[in-house]
Design a protein around this ligand. Structure first.
Ligand code: ZN
Length: 445
């Protein structure tokens, strides 16, 4: 790539215009939101092609029937139209009004039936009578419609015409992959799911955030290589892992990106290891973010971290989100829309992700080149001679911590934690000491 500039993540973070970023995120979100996606099908392709306008992802097509560990790539599902009409010919449920009206993977149907029969195929949320639920039936051939409970209560005894113009046949599972080559083959994995229809926080927010992270990373000179995956949930990560076992050994750190735009606080779900560098990096960034946050231990339920952290892989992959799935009432309903996700929350998540990646990129250990007693900082311009300034004193504290723990055994993140300082401050001190010839980079990393 010819445009690689020798600047790092912290510099690019300062260069980002928050208004412009919010505008760009809203624009991409509104383009992706209306598309009827599923774990396979043209909705996924259309979404990936929109993402390809921002970053050069490669689209992979894996044939139905491919064995992926204990699973099989399913048939490809596509839908063109679906409705329920009453005997007057009025559409009482119409897929064209909301793609959540159709249960994902519904088989083609064209028949008439009484209300009692139709009801067996209808899904509602009595507790939220104005919201449409999101339902799927990927691995059992079935059909169904989802509607508001209010509309459901209005349905009268009648003979209804059911029409589902879908196909479920051999085809492909489509996923997108973007590999950014860094200075080392060691990789950071960013993975988001692409399989939900019009659901904004659970799905679109992750795709938007991941796309823009990829775009910004692509303009930088990076230490790590980055692998960015846009895959259908569960079957997508299982498929990718199954087809890329030779690549897995390069993945040193990873994050599953989802639920990035709701108003809730940031929540970090640790990797299965629990104390990997990615876990410590995210926890450090959240602790110093100035806003409330939550850290939870790994559990074998949630998003694709379930697969990356299965015991046969046990990768250092956590999940950085805001409110976790199932913990906000809008989850998997029509209320998870573009009003629920706000650009300012997306931008806040974006900034935290960049901070975490910056820690990973810059987290090294150093050797103190002058380890016998403290070097004289004043004569190197590293210490202001005006005493009593609290700022100068605190910077000196950072310099002293870095000098003292630069024994090749402590990384900057470990120093920042011991010193109870933000990573950037410790990193800036290390840069100043390196420039003054007082540090050398440890081969350990
Ligand atoms: Zn979901």
């Amino acid at each position: 790539m010819s445009e690689v500039k020798a600047i790092g993540i912290s510099e690019v973070k300062n260069m980002i215009n928050p208004q412009e970023l919010s505008r760009e995120m809203s624009g991409l979100m509104e383009k992706l939101f209306p598309i009827c996606r599923s774990i396979t099908g043209n909705g996924s392709r259309e979404s990936l092609n929109i993402i390809r306008e921002h970053i050069p992802i490669t689209l992979h097509e894996v044939p139905s029937g491919t064995k992926v560990f204990d699973w099989t790539v399913p048939k490809e599902w596509n839908i063109r139209d679906a409705y329920v009409k009453n005997s007057k010919g009025e559409k009482v449920i119409d897929f064209r009004e909301s793609n959540l009206h159709i249960m994902g993977y519904s088989i083609p149907v064209h028949e008439r039936m009484p209300l009692s029969e139709l009801k067996k195929h209808l899904h509602t949320l009595p507790d939220h009578p104005d919201w449409i639920p999101y339902r799927t039936s990927y691995y059992r051939e079935n059909w169904g419609f989802c509607l508001t409970h209010r509309k459901f209560m209005e349905l009268k005894e009648d003979t209804y015409e059911i029409y589902i113009d879908s196909t479920l046949e051999d085809g492909y599972l489509t996923y997108g992959e973007y590999y950014l080559k860094g200075q080392t083959p060691d990789e950071v994995l960013l993975s988001c799911h692409t399989c939900h229809p019009s659901l904004c926080n659970d799905n679109v927010s992750g795709m938007v955030l991941t796309t823009l992270l990829g775009r910004h990373l692509s303009s930088l000179s990076l230490r790590y290589s980055y692998r960015i995956l846009f895959i259908p949930g569960t079957i997508g990560s299982i498929t990718w892992l199954s087809l890329n076992e030779d690549v897995v050994k390069y993945i040193k750190h990873g994050l599953v990106v989802t639920c990035a735009g709701d108003p809730g606080m940031s929540t970090y779900k640790r990797s299965r290891m629990g104390n990997a560098e990615i876990d410590r990096a995210v926890e450090h960034v959240l602790k110093h973010s100035g806003s409330p946050y939550r850290v939870v231990d790994f559990s074998p339920y949630g998003y694709d971290e379930r697969q990356y952290c299965s015991p046969g892989f046990n990768l250092a992959v956590g999940c950085l989100q805001r409110t976790p799935h199932g913990e906000y009432p809008e989850y998997h309903t029509s209320a998870d829309n573009c009003d629920f996700v706000r650009p300012e929350h997306l931008a806040d998540s974006f900034s935290k992700y960049l901070s975490v990646l910056n820690v990973l990129e810059c987290n090294r250990s150093y050797f103190n080149a002058n380890p016998k007693c403290e070097p004289q900082l004043g004569k190197r311009g590293l210490y202001t001679s005006t005493g009593g300034q609290s700022h100068a004193v605190s910077d000196q504290m950072a310099l002293l911590w870095v000098l003292n723990l630069s024994d090749g055994q402590h990384t900057l993140l470990e120093i920042a934690e011991k010193a109870e300082m933000g990573f950037d401050r410790v990193k800036n001190s290390a840069d100043a000491l390196l420039n003054a010839g007082l540090l050398s980079i440890s081969q350990r990393g």
